[in-house]
Structures are given as C-alpha cells and as structure tokens.
Design a protein around this ligand. Structure first.
Ligand code: SAH
Ligand code: SF4
Ligand code: F3S
Length: 441
C-alpha cells in the first residue's frame, strides 16, 4: 500500500469557502491513495484552488502556474489542476493559455475530481465546469475520521442570487442553494467527535439560508439554535451575511443564543445611497445603520465587521465622504476595503472608471480610518476578561494562542492551557495585530 501512496499539494486562494472546498478535495483524493504535502516539489499532483473576485486574484493563478514549468519538465508524471472560481469563469482560457494544466474543475463539480485525475493520467486534458444535479456534499460524505483542530468551517449555503453590479460570485458559484438541516447537523456532530469546538457556518449569503428541516424550511436562526444543542460544540459563528437577510429571529439569536459569538461580518460596500443603488445593493446607508442599531440592542458588545469597495464607477468625492461618514457612525472592530476591480461579464464592467490615483488616495484614507477604529476597539479590551479558545502554540516558548469571543487573537504565556480548551483570560496588552493576556481560570 505504502508504495502506491501519492502526494497532493493544494494551494488555496480566496474566501473561507475555498478553504472548506480544499479540505473536501483533499479527502476525495485521499480515497484515491493521495496524502497531503506542503511542498509542491515532491507532489504527484498540484491543485490551485483559485479566486476570481478581483483581477489581481485571477492573475496570480497564471503566474503561479508558470512557476511549475521546471517541476513539470523534471517530472512529466506530475499532474497540475486548477479548481475554484477562476476555473469556473475561464476554464477553457486556462487550458489555452497554459499548456501545463492537465485538468480544470469548477466549484460545483469538484466531487468528480478523482475521475478527472484518472482521465488526466490517461493523457487527456480534462475539464469539468458543470453545475451538476447530484449533491457534491453527499458524494463526498465518506470521509476519514482523522482528528482535527478546534475550529472548522462548515458550508451550509452556497451561491448568490443578489447580483451586485461588481461581483462575479453569482456566475462562479451559481444560484443560491441551501443544504438540508439534518445533513448539516450530522456533519457538525462528526466534526465535534473529531475535536472541533468552534464551527463557522459558511455561505456566500449565509443568512439567506433556507434549508429543508424536519417540518419545512428552516432559516439560519433555527439552524443556529439546533447547533446550540450539540453537546461538545462550544462556539458558533457564520459568514458572510447580507444586510437584507438579517431577519428578526437572527438578530434575537445574537442576544439569546449562548454559543453564538458576538462578532458579525456584515458588508455594506458603500455609504452613499447613489452608489449603493448603482451597485444594486437594494438597501440604503440609513437602513444599514438602523439594522446595526437593532443588532446592538440585542447584543450590546457585538463586534462589527464589514467590507468596502472604493472607486466604484462614478463614485464622486461626496459619495466617498458618505462612506467615511458611515464608517465613523458604525465604529468597526474589523473591516476589509478594496479598490474596485473591473470583472468581465458583470454589469458594472461597462461603466466609466474613477481615476486610479483618486481611488488609491481614497482607499488609503478609508484604510487609515478603519485601522484607527480597529486599534481603538482592540485597545479598549485591555483590563477586560475574555474567553479564549486555544488553537495552537505561539512563537515564544510556553506561549499559547487562541481567539476571544470577539475573534481577537490572544497570546498567553504561562499556565499551560491545552489546544481546544476555553479559559478566562485577562487582557493586559494590545499589540498591532493581537492581544496579550493572563490565564485566570
Ligand atoms: N458574499 C459576500 C462577499 C463576496 S466577495 C458578500 O456578499 O458580502 C468579498 C468582498 O470582495 C465583497 O464584500 C466586496 O467588498 C469585495 N469585492 C467583490 N467584488 C469586487 C470587485 N469587483 N472589486 C473590488 N472588490 C470586490
Ligand atoms: Fe457578490 Fe453581492 Fe452576492 Fe455578495 S451579495 S456574493 S457581493 S453578488
Ligand atoms: Fe473568490 Fe470564489 Fe470565494 S471568487 S471570494 S473564491 S466565492
């Protein structure tokens, strides 16, 4: 058996769902005798799980592929595959542009990866970017019961029907689909048995979740309440949410469900109603701010996170100032901001661009404001007690690192907490990217 063992190297780009998908692909190939490796040099198969969200993300794939030329020349048996959202968006073009590539597989057909690999071994250049009828999650259910770290992702919903004018996701991931409740609960229990203490529910529009339950469709709040009853599971998170799908039950859950963590990623993209409309976001800045007010009424200490795009076509100075104003009003504990990137095939791709120098300057100002807010909220944790789920040893001897309920990274030295344990920690210091604390109990 050992002699047959082949090695798989996967490099993952993009969002958390790609991380989850890479784990599933590794498991699928595990059933074919592949073990994972961290070094492309000794791999029998290299797989890039790609992201198409911005131009840079997509271009990275081609430059990375170019770097494998030497490896492939030295070992013609090496198979190279491209998976993920670039594969979905431009699979044929990848094949044309890069003759090194043996197979291309889209995000909805990766359960067929073993078949594609077998075809590639026969010398075929195999491509599968279908949106098949069968359920890839069910096909991949037979997974090895290996132990896992204390945190895991679990995809509950995939795809998007919102069609924001800038975004490729509805095209690369397809229409919104929710997995049935029973299958999610079974997967959660399985993860807990393998050592997982915190599960992050994933979906491109996770709060639009409406999966089949025992008595009709369930929303995300009901699913979270059911997970709250899973023994051994200590923490629940979910990402990414759309403001229009934050229903009353989900808001209430933030105040009442003890395992649901006080952190919410709720992208708004812009603070200008004019731009929000052109983005096809179908909510106003005011509606977003009122929503956050209600969420904070339910859970006053919740840490808010968001995403922003600057330099969207026709964004004026005033539009940008409106975004700055909204950021000041919200006070984010964390936020991600991006310069608008034209994506072929999206409605906004036809529109006039903002001067790139202007967009760069706006991005810098926005990022400075966000950093200042992040830092202030982090600094305000000093002297407070938080609950830390320990994930791994730190860089210094005797140091352990974990996450607080607010998703802040916390370093603790001394007291030897174990991976997977949750302890009360007093925060004593705030650094650029993490907090330091003392173990209390
Ligand atoms: N499903 C999530 C996010 C998808 S992509 C949601 O609806 O919020 C993650 C982030 O990338 C988006 O929130 C947006 O801020 C950014 N993004 C998406 N398309 C982009 C583009 N064309 N240019 C720049 N940033 C973009
Ligand atoms: Fe993209 Fe908008 Fe859908 Fe989010 S809601 S995935 S930004 S189209
Ligand atoms: Fe990127 Fe696809 Fe995720 S485009 S952000 S990998 S859904």
């Amino acid at each position: 058996m050992m002699g047959d063992e082949k090695k798989l190297y996967i490099k993952t780009y993009g969002c958390q769902m790609n991380v989850y998908d890479s784990e599933r692909m590794a498991e699928a190939m595990g059933a074919q005798g592949y073990v994972s490796t961290d070094t492309p040099e000794d791999a029998d198969m290299i797989l890039l799980n790609t992201c198409h969200i911005r131009e840079k993300a997509a271009e990275k794939v081609y430059s990375e592929l170019g770097r494998f030329k030497g490896l492939k020349a030295a070992r013609p048996d090496l198979k190279i595959g491209v998976a993920g959202c670039v594969a979905q968006a431009e699979g044929e073009e990848i094949m044309r542009r890069q003759p090194l590539v043996d197979l291309v597989v889209g995000p909805q057909s990766y359960h067929r990866l073993p078949t594609l690999e077998a075809r590639a071994r026969q010398g075929e250049r195999a491509i599968d970017t279908d949106f098949p009828e069968e359920d890839k999650f069910e096909v991949l259910k037979t997974r090895p019961k290996a132990a896992r770290g204390p945190t895991a992702f679990l995809t509950v919903q995939e795809g998007c029907d919102k069609f924001c004018a800038f975004c490729v996701v509805p095209y690369t991931r397809g229409a919104e689909v929710s997995r049935p409740v029973a299958r999610i609960l079974a997967e959660a229990r399985d993860l807990v048995e393998r050592g997982v203490r915190e599960i992050t529910l994933l979906g491109q529009n996770v709060n639009a979740y409406h999966g089949a339950g025992p008595d009709g469709d369930w929303g995300l709040a009901r699913l979270i309440w059911a997970l709250n009853d899973v023994d051994g599971l200590e923490r629940i998170r979910f990402t990414t949410s759309h403001p229009n799908d934050m229903d009353d039950a989900l808001i209430a859950a933030h105040g009442e469900c003890e395992k649901l963590m006080p952190y919410l990623h709720l992208p708004v993209q812009s603070g200008s109603d004019r731009i929000l409309k052109r983005m096809n976001r179908s909510h106003t800045a005011e509606q977003y701010l009122r929503l956050i007010e209600r969420i904070r009424q339910a859970r006053p200490d919740i840490l808010m996170s968001g995403d922003f795009i600057v330099g969207f076509p026709e964004e004026s100075d005033q539009d940008f100032e409106d975004t700055m104003e909204l950021v000041r009003a919200v006070n984010y504990g964390q936020a991600f901001s991006f310069k608008y990137s034209t994506r072929p095939g999206t409605p906004a791709a036809e529109r006039a661009l903002v001067d790139p120098a202007v967009a760069d300057a706006r991005l810098q100002r926005l990022q400075a404001l966000i950093t200042q807010q992040q830092r202030a909220i982090q600094d305000s944790m000093v002297g407070r007690d938080v609950q830390v789920l320990f994930e791994k040893p730190g860089r210094l001897p005797g140091q352990m690192v974990g996450k607080s309920q607010y998703l802040h990274a916390v370093h603790v030295t001394g007291g030897s907490p174990k991976v997977g344990e949750i302890h009360r920690v007093r925060i004593v210091e705030s650094g650029p990217n993490s907090l330091a604390g003392q173990l209390l109990a």
